[in-house]
Design a protein around this ligand. Structure first.
Ligand code: DC
Length: 221
């Protein structure tokens, strides 16, 4: 099986780009952030305090998280409930970032991610795919963009959806999440030594996809 790992900070365009790359290659796309978001949502729904490790272990033992593909789109299920849309809020993102710092949560999701890569050709995106989950991935990309550019993209996305947004607040949220993801003790966001850095600050979607396809072609040949 082949694996392409794409890591990077929130809002760098990982999921949009990874989806395009996976479609071109005929691989499945695995959005691992969605798994952490599902655990975050389950914690919010149950009112679990993040400081209460025994409550966390208890709820982890009660939830089953699965991925299924519907028309080639990844859907995430928590105990057979499709939470794909519900996990897309800023509240869940912030909670996901917090629960993802817990070793129990990372271990809980580790096996699922490895199993997906054992059974399928994958383009997998996240924060620690090239460093921890798939250290032997065939291709590793570290995808980033400036905080300003990432905030602008998110702002535009929300405006297009008709959601009221404040650029300065978004920039602050992105910086906070970067700091949390990069400074946690376990599996922090960082570029793997053998990952290729792609900065999309000055690239549009097509140019970003082309840059990655070129790297992939060079590595898989
Ligand atoms: O990619 P995303 O914004 O959907 O991820 C939500 C949070 O999940 C992110 O802030 C950190 C965490 N995460 C992680 O710790 N490891 C991953 N492989 C993917 C996401």
């Amino acid at each position: 099986m082949r694996a392409i790992a794409i890591d990077g900070p929130a809002g760098a365009g990982k999921s949009t780009i990874a989806k395009r790359v996976s479609a071109k290659l005929g691989y499945i796309y695995v959005d691992t952030g969605a798994l952490y978001r599902s655990v975050g949502l389950a914690a919010i729904t149950r009112g679990v305090q993040l400081s209460d490790i025994s409550a966390i272990l208890q709820y982890l033992s009660e939830i089953r998280i699965n991925i299924r593909y519907v028309d080639e789109v990844q859907h995430v299920f928590v105990n057979d409930e499709d939470v794909t849309d519900r996990i897309r809020t800023q509240e869940v993102a912030a909670y996901a970032s917090k629960v993802s710092a817990l070793p129990e949560v990372r271990q809980f999701l580790f096996d699922l991610q490895q199993q997906l890569a054992r059974e399928n050709n994958v383009v997998m995106d996240g924060r620690d795919i090239g460093t921890v989950v798939l250290p032997n991935a065939d291709v590793k990309i570290f995808l980033t963009a400036s905080v300003k550019e990432r905030a602008k993209r998110r702002y535009k996305e929300l405006c297009e959806k008709g959601v009221e947004a404040d650029l300065a607040v978004i920039e602050q949220e992105i910086s906070t999440r970067d700091a949390l993801d990069m400074n946690r003790d376990i599996a922090p966001l960082k570029q793997a030594e053998d990952a290729v850095l792609v900065d999309t600050s000055d690239l549009n979607l097509e140019e970003s996809v082309a840059a990655i396809m070129k790297i992939v072609a060079g590595k898989l040949d």
